[in-house]
Design a protein around this ligand. Structure first.
Ligand code: P1T
Length: 401
């Protein structure tokens, strides 16, 4: 399914860019078509402090393999710069370190990955940064929470785990109208660069846990930030170097390789995700389904204006209680019971016990992350096998309805 985003001009040549941007064989003496893995931690200088081509001094600050990846990400985000980190949370921490000081304030979405919630409210808050969490489905909630010392707005375009939509365009416009210096950062992990481009919608920074769709093969933990502003890049690059939470050259090589098939993978993730969501919606053992690509999603119309298609993330409530949810998860054969998402393989998990256990119980209750709430990351397997697996596991959990 592809939504019509003004003729899709913003995503023109996505596949070509993902394959070629930053990968010029002329970069290497060997004319290698595939970027080389530069393992050297240090680089010979022409004379003290003088670097050839003015780059590469020590690998924490920059590395040729990382540079290939960062250039490619900048291009597919339609940004100017991108920076890679040792994990999604390392990228998040670097944003906070670069932009916020003791006494500053940030407004965040109230539905966030459990680890992000924990980092903001249990770690960064210890250093004197204040966070206000709001329901970003209504952009006015974000504006109402802004204070004179607000420096950053952070939300997930498609939230983890509830799949709520943050209307980047409206939020960025309204926030910047109040104070153009507030940095609007959008975590686009659940959709990937292929499905939505927050920078084109007015966000200042887009963040990814590249551990998920961007790499797509469940074998690298990495974070990415992309931006258009030179000034922001300078601040973030300083923090990247000063903190040192950088990825290895080998991991950069792998994520760069993953990006080469991102457009192809995301199309199949979207088709399979939609098929599973529709199947669950019509299933008599299911109490409710949420998938922004379905017209039944309360924000489907706004979603279509900011994303060109949906991913493989589907959530639903199983009928019964905790035991039925556990039996369902234990009965799956094609889906694997595990945390994480966005890889080629289908995963299923129980957010209340697993990925979002660190969210305080009362907050989980308000949000609806209950005992019967299940999250699927629908992979690239054959649709019929995925639907049959869901069907048999639902019937194993609830033999009668
Ligand atoms: O795991 P890491 O690469 O550090 O990324 C953290 C992160 C940030 N943002 C979002 C939206 C995420 O989903 C994550 C990580 N999420 C999982 C591990 C998960 O299973 O939801």
């Amino acid at each position: 399914m592809r939504y019509d985003l003004d003729g899709e001009a913003p995503f023109k040549s996505f596949g070509t860019d993902a394959i070629h941007a930053g990968q010029e064989p002329e970069k290497w003496d060997s004319r290698s078509v595939v970027p080389l893995i530069g393992l050297s931690t240090t680089f010979k200088q022409e004379s003290p402090g003088v670097l050839r081509h003015d780059k590469y001094e020590y690998s924490r600050g920059g590395n040729p393999t990382r540079e290939c990846l960062e250039e490619c990400v900048a291009k597919i985000e339609n940004g100017k710069h991108a920076l890679a980190y040792a994990s999604g949370l390392a990228a998040t921490m670097s944003m906070v370190e670069a932009l916020l000081e003791n006494g500053d304030h940030a407004v965040t979405g109230d539905d966030l990955y459990g680890g992000t919630n924990r980092y903001f409210n249990k770690v960064a808050s210890k250093h004197g940064v204040e966070f206000t969490m709001v329901d970003v489905r209504n952009p006015d909630n974000v504006v109402a929470a802004i204070k004179p010392n607000t420096k950053m707005v952070w939300f997930e375009l498609m939230s983890n785990p509830l799949l709520r939509i943050g209307d980047v365009k409206t939020i960025a416009e309204k926030v910047h109208a109040v104070n153009k210096d507030i940095v609007v950062c959008v975590d686009n992990t659940f959709l990937s660069s292929y499905n939505a481009r927050p920078l084109d919608l007015g966000a200042d920074v887009v963040m990814h846990s590249a551990t998920k769709y961007m790499n797509g093969h469940s074998d690298v933990v990495m974070g990415l930030l992309a931006m258009k502003s030179d000034e922001l890049k300078k601040k973030l690059m300083f923090a990247q170097f000063a903190i040192g939470a950088v990825p290895s050259a080998f991991d950069c090589y792998l994520v760069n390789r993953g990006l080469k098939t991102l457009h192809v993978r995301m199309q199949r993730h979207g088709e399979n995700g939609l098929a599973c969501a529709k199947f669950l919606e019509s299933h008599d053992r299911v109490a409710g389904v949420s998938y922004p690509g379905l017209p039944s999603h309360p924000q489907h119309e706004v979603f279509k204006t900011i994303a060109r298609s949906c991913s493989g993330m589907v959530v639903f409530y199983i009928k019964g209680g905790l035991q039925e949810a556990k039996t369902f998860l234990a009965s799956l054969k094609v889906f694997t019971l595990a945390e994480s998402l966005g890889g080629f393989e289908s995963l299923a998990e129980h957010p209340a016990i697993m990925t979002h256990a660190s969210v305080p119980e009362d907050q989980r209750k308000v949000l609806g992350i209950s005992d019967t709430f299940i999250r699927l990351s629908v992979g690239l397997e054959d649709e019929a096998d995925l639907l049959a697996d869901l069907d048999q596991a639902l019937k194993a959990a609830l033999p009668t309805v």
